[in-house]
Design a binder for this molecule. Structure first.
Ligand code: FES
Length: 274
């Protein structure tokens, strides 16, 4: 059992849990994820590790309440426990010193997993520009934290209620137009956002890494549920990723696969909420 040490409401349907998980915290690296099961009836939910503290033996997860399992998860409180937590899973982000200017892009809840990546990019000596995107200013998360670990933070909101009015690609295109020498872009967020980021950087041949979030079951490469098409190859996001070259990912296929179970998910959520 994994105890919830702290529960923080970042927005009405975005929550942050600090979990007691010393073995996972000891090995966790930016880019990796955990698979959790709230209780014995729960499905397995993959969530990227938003933060970890090796000394305290804790990891943080940030999630949006969108389906049946996250609804149950959100109903837990400090002192409650989660039945299963497996991790750290997946490959860590490739972070090297002196890469140069790295643009870290987080869209919506994707700001959570980009945070430890941006932090380590900066720690090892890179120049980090963070672009954070949200629908409006009320659902901007981790802005203060991002400002502490980035050389520059640019905020975009769809409705213009904060920062630049537009999408993360609006800000990215502005950086490119300014002639900033971007060594690499790392983008995490909704699939359509990651696709448009990759479309933006492709003509300039800027290396672009995206973190994919397909449906996962075991998280260890055995079920094939998380398969994604990357170039000519079929990859398993849980063991080969979750990060891949954004210029090679078949995003259309990924979006179709993500939609497959949505009707069933709605029925299950209705059932739980009643
Ligand atoms: Fe089963 Fe990746 S989740 S192979």
């Amino acid at each position: 059992m994994f105890k919830i040490l702290n529960k923080k409401v970042l927005h009405e349907n975005i929550l942050q849990f600090t979990l007691e998980a010393p073995l996972i915290a000891r090995k966790a690296e930016p880019g990796q994820f955990v698979v959790l099961r709230v209780n014995e009836y729960g499905e397995r939910v993959p969530l990227t590790i938003a933060d970890f503290n090796r000394e305290k033996g804790t990891i943080d997860i940030i999630f949006m309440v969108i389906g049946a399992s996250t609804t149950v998860l959100a109903s837990l409180n400090e002192g409650d426990s989660i039945l299963d937590l497996v991790g750290p899973l997946g490959k860590k982000t490739d972070i090297r010193p002196d890469m140069g200017t790295v643009v870290c892009i987080g869209g919506g809840i994707g700001v959570a997993p980009i945070y430890p990546i941006a932090r380590k990019m900066k720690q090892v000596g890179n120049h980090v520009i963070t672009i954070m995107g949200a629908k409006n200013k009320d659902i901007l998360i981790l802005k203060d934290e991002m400002e502490k670990i980035s050389d520059e933070v640019i905020v975009t909101t769809d409705d213009g209620s904060y920062g630049i009015k537009g999408f993360v690609t609006t800000a990215l295109q502005q950086l490119i137009d300014k002639g900033i020498d971007i060594a690499e872009v790392v983008a995490i967020g909704p699939v359509i956002m990651m696709k448009t980021v990759a479309d933006t950087t492709r003509p300039y041949n800027i290396k672009t890494i995206v973190s994919l979030n397909p449906i996962m079951v075991d998280g260890t490469g055995m079920c094939g549920g998380c398969r994604v098409q990357v170039g000519d190859e079929t990859k398993f996001a849980c063991v080969d990723g979750p990060e891949f070259d954004g210029h090679l990912v078949d995003f259309v296929n990924l979006m179709e696969r993500q939609r497959m179970y949505r009707p069933k998910e709605e029925i299950e959520k209705d059932h739980i909420c009643r």
